[in-house]
Write a protein that binds this ligand. Structure first.
Ligand SMILES: [Zn+2]
Ligand SMILES: [Zn+2]
Length: 216
């Protein structure tokens, strides 16, 4: 699997296109403000977009969804516990002093533990609440990488003060589902640079035993 990152917008959000090199099939993870660049790259690479996968339904991760849907009929996937937030996109935008149109609902649901396939690539879907109720991460075990959305970042963790946020749940999700991956697993995050499980385990100040780790 080849991963390309597209960053943009007020929140410097990272959206991704993941390609199966063997078949040319690809998926988009979190179409944010740089969605037009994603479409251009897929067109240029003659990729076949098969799905749009959302780690969660915060404004910055879905604001480019309309752009992608104008280009492709590929279905959108979201965990049902984030559906209410998805449906409240205009209210989310208003919280940040922005405006956004309502979006048509996601066509499909992501389910904890399911395997999602495109081309010869496969993601395991893992429900990881804490940053939002329906947050998921996408773990491509065979490729040694994961899309972790806003659960954990290089040197930081996701905020828990937005609706549906839960500090204890966030750390539980990180401990049980991120720190248990092989250390070399590459983590593609919703904001900031790529990192690895081992790097965060050893250097992330929020994951030191005397901080969040012992409270949950
Ligand atoms: Zn978020
Ligand atoms: Zn975000």
């Amino acid at each position: 699997m080849e991963v390309r990152c597209y960053t943009g917008g007020n929140f410097a959000q990272n959206g991704y296109v993941a390609w199966c090199e063997a078949t040319g099939q690809c998926v988009i993870v979190d179409p944010g403000a740089a969605a037009l660049d994603m479409v251009a790259a897929i067109k240029a690479g003659a990729g076949e977009l098969t799905a749009i996968l959302l780690t969660h339904a915060h404004l910055d991760h879905i604001e480019g969804l309309g752009v992608i849907r104008d280009y492709s009929d590929a279905p959108t996937y979201l965990h049902p516990a984030d559906r209410e937030m998805f449906d409240n996109l205009p209210a989310q935008a208003a919280m940040f002093g922005l405006s956004s149109p309502q979006l048509d609902p996601p066509e499909r649901e992501l389910e904890d533990g399911e395997s999602f396939r495109f081309g010869e690539s496969v993601f395991k879907v893992v429900h990881t609440p804490g940053h939002s109720l329906g947050h998921v991460i996408l773990h491509a075990e065979n490729d040694g990488l994961a899309f972790v959305g806003d659960l954990v970042f290089a040197g930081s963790v996701g905020r828990t003060d937005l609706p549906g946020g839960d500090y204890q749940a966030l750390f539980r999700s990180i401990r049980e589902h991120v720190l248990t991956m092989p250390g070399g697993t590459r983590l593609f995050t919703g904001h900031g640079p790529e990192t690895t499980v081992e790097h965060e385990r050893t250097t992330n100040p929020f994951l030191a035993a005397n901080y969040g780790g012992e409270l949950a």
